[in-house]
Design a protein around this ligand. Sequence first.
Ligand code: NI
Length: 129
Amino acid sequence: MKIHHIGYLVKKLPKAAAEFKKLGYVEVSGVTDDQIRKVDIQFLEKDGYVVELVSPNSPDSVVAGLIKTYKNAPYHICYLSEDMEADLKQLTENGYFQMDMPTEAPALDHKKVCFLMHPQMGMIELLEQ
Ligand code: NI
């Protein structure tokens, strides 16, 4: 599974993006309002690394709890999955807890993503290739 992006929680997306750009990151997408997860999302890139800025835009956002704990911080690594069903099976057999069903991601061409949690790894995301 190749790495697709690093998910990075931010409290205020436009202000955070401006700071990333001062370090040389460039925008590789506009801001998407993901109404399924109630977050604003923007992808930036530097030196081949893709960073996904994620900011809650509603009190019942999926990351409303996380932002209180983490504030501004990386919180997941997303991996490309060539076979979502097989990868989910293997990961759950290896101690990962599947947090949701594969659900489309408006910020990623509506491809399906799925989040998993591991006691020693924290959160990872799978993105169908
Ligand atoms: Ni992500």
